[in-house]
Design a protein around this ligand. Structure first.
Ligand code: ADP
Ligand code: MG
Length: 621
């Protein structure tokens, strides 16, 4: 038996590992299983390439929980280690990163560096008071060794009688970490981190593993199931896969999800970095459906995280699926990932791939693309508003939908509107409705003039319009109820007023007396006789400002500042009738009735006012 001291200058590294290294203690299991998988794959490689002529046999990795002796064991049938290798890889190399960590740790702000170091094997000490390694190399003549370390830099090493090839790591779980002796907990962790690892993994408790003497082992009965899918879909060749395969894998990833994805992109890149994965497009129509933790990041099939803020662009987090790259550093914290150059490149590349796919879909089958549009619009808007490069790609396939459900690209719509508004103004006016039912009166007015009205009823539309106005040249967006239509799109022929100056003043007076002055501004306009007698409009910019505030949850002076313009058509027959009504009571009733009708057109007539209106209407009838 040998004993020695791990090559480290500070005595107390383990308490530090325990406390600070990973905020998430769970990670030790991921590290140990990764090592077991590496060791197994190294051997598989040697055997398959004919370098080592041995029988591989069953290479399933076993995880055994034993509540009685408070151990957790990870057993592989991989390449194993000789005594020299344990000295080299466990005592020296593995520990050098621990030492480096400590050097940096001293005198620095711990929070800044913790998590920049991966301690792999040594992370086992986060949850153990003692760790044993029993390992036998695949080289037949080498004998097995046992290494033990109790959490101080002292270790012991001795020969062992293990005859089976491979490595067994035995963790003597510390009292405060007994949760890791719960089989269900361990299975849950394996499901999280190891679900798609390339070597089969089985997890069971001591009952399966140890049979009391004299009893016959009923292995078949108790043998736990393999918990992982060793050949996940994203690692397979896309040409061999059907749409049904992709849907099946989606259900495997999200068993609790009822919605099916719309379509997917299979990522398969080998240059300038390695990247595989599948990204699914979910249906996203409103804020509630914007779920941001559904993309899972893997490194060589080992789960790293599904919290991707700062790692991939915000809008990409709306997608579902898997990204896997060996270039993503495994043992590090998120703050490190966010600043990692490889991660940044990967992120840019994925965005480009997504734009490629959307463009290809648009070009290859526009009809199908239009059918999916309403469900992917939010995603594309989010991308366009937050990522300049994505906007530059999206502007060729972004679709504007009008209230007749016709779709136009930006270029197509420009041509369309130019034809309708020719010679009218230098700037094109894009009319839109945010609520086709509520703004019906205004939409009709626009349609009667032969104008087109876009449908902008999505919850990101206000943001999107603001952005588009900056991008599209000589174009202004205005909601159909922002003013009377002839003001929104100026007409050449001006309507002549039928009222004298005196009559106009009089009419203004009549209406001023029957509305709340701080809320309404009365304006007498000369419209056509066939236009409505009265209408409420709302200034575009004030309204948009309020919409933005509502979206961001902020409040200011303007939030409660509901201001409307009451447009009275001086040329309408009713205006004339009002002016010449000699019975003042009748005049007041008629005025009130007209104002209420205008309110109705903006959905503003509710409660007591509505009851009054109904009563008055009955009286008039
Ligand atoms: P890394 O995996 O990044 O190399 P670790 O600290 O996890 O760092 O492991 C250190 C080394 O110990 C590994 O590179 C490997 O050589 C050796 N090792 C760890 N676990 C095993 C195992 N189960 N079988 C064989 N070798 C192992
Ligand atoms: Mg490792």
């Amino acid at each position: 038996m040998k004993s020695g001291k791990i090559n480290v200058k500070t005595e107390n590294i383990f308490p530090i590992i325990k406390k600070f290294l990973y905020s998430d203690h769970d990670i030790f299991l991921r590290e140990l299983i990764s090592n077991a998988v590496d060791a197994t794959q190294k051997l598989t490689h040697l055997v398959k390439s004919g370098v080592v002529p041995i029988e591989l046999g069953d290479i399933t990795i076993e995880v055994v929980v034993n509540k009685n002796d408070k151990t957790l064991r990870v057993i592989d049938k991989g390449i194993g280690m000789t005594e020299d290798e344990v000295v080299k890889y466990i005592n020296q190399i593995a520990f050098s990163s621990a030492e480096e960590f400590l050097e940096k740790y001293k005198g620095t702000d711990a929070a800044n560096i913790i998590g920049h170091f991966g301690l792999g094997f040594y992370s086992a000490f986060m949850v153990s008071k003692e760790v044993e390694i029993i390992t036998k190399s695949y080289v037949a003549e080498e004998s097995a060794v046992r290494w033990v370390c109790d959490g101080s830099p002292q270790y012991k090493m001795e020969r062992h009688d293990k005859t089976e090839r491979g490595t067994e790591i035995i963790l003597h779980i510390s009292d405060e970490d007994e949760q890791f002796l719960d089989e269900q907990k361990i299975i849950a962790l394996l499901n999280k981190y190891c679900r798609f690892l390339p070597v089969a993994i089985r997890c069971g408790n001591e009952k399966y593993w140890e049979t009391p003497e004299g009893e016959e082992k009923s292995v078949e009965l108790e043998r736990p199931r393999i918990i992982n899918n060793t050949n996940p879909l994203w690692k397979q060749t896309p040409s061999g896969l059907t749409q049904e395969d992709y849907l099946k894998f989606y259900r495997e990833l999200y068993p609790m999800s009822f919605e099916e994805p719309l379509f997917q992109i299979h990522l398969n890149v080998d240059y300038p970095f390695n990247l595989t994965g599948v990204l699914y497009f979910p249906k996203v129509k409103n804020q509630l459906e914007m779920q941001k933790n559904k993309v899972q990041l893997y490194c060589n099939q080992v789960f790293i995280t599904d919290q991707l803020e700062g790692i991939i662009p915000e809008f990409m987090q709306l997608l579902h699926g898997v990204i896997d790259s060996p270039d993503i550093p495994l043992n590090v914290s998120r703050s490190y990932l966010q600043s990692d150059a490889a991660v940044k490149k990967i992120s840019t590349h994925i965005t480009k791939k997504v734009a490629d796919k959307l463009e290809e879909m648009f070009k290859n089958n526009r009809e199908d693309f239009e059918q999916k549009w309403d469900d992917i619009k939010v995603f594309i808007q989010y991308g366009a508003v937050t990522d300049e490069k994505f906007y530059d790609r999206a502007k060729s396939f972004y679709l504007l939908k009008n209230i007749d459900n016709k779709y136009f690209t930006f270029d197509e719509y420009k041509t369309h509107v130019e034809a309708l508004q020719k010679d009218k103004e230098d700037t094109l006016i894009y009319l839109y409705a945010a609520d086709v039912d509520a703004q019906h009166v205004y939409i009709n007015a626009a349609k009667e003039r032969g104008y087109d009205v876009l449908c902008f009823d999505g919850f990101l539309d206000t943001h999107f319009i603001n952005m588009l106005e900056q991008k599209l040249e000589k174009t202004r967006f205005t909601r159909v109820d922002a003013d009377i239509i002839d003001k929104l799109i100026a007409k050449e022929e001006v309507q002549v007023s039928k009222l004298s100056e005196e009559e106009t003043k009089q009419l203004q007076e009549i209406f001023n007396n029957s509305v709340e002055k701080e809320k309404f501004m009365v304006k007498i306009e000369s419209l056509s006789e066939t236009d409505l007698p009265i209408l409420l409009t709302r200034n575009e910019f004030m309204r948009r400002y309020q919409d933005m505030e509502k979206l961001s949850g902020q409040k200011s002076f303007y939030s409660s500042f509901d201001h409307y313009t009451l447009v009275v058509n001086g040329n309408h027959e009713l205006a004339n009738k009002l002016l010449h009504e000699t019975d003042t009571e009748k005049q007041t009733t008629l005025t009130k009735q007209l104002v209420d009708l205008a309110m109705l057109s903006q959905n503003l007539l509710t409660g007591e006012k509505l009851s009054e209106f109904v009563k008055r209407s009955v009286g008039l009838l």
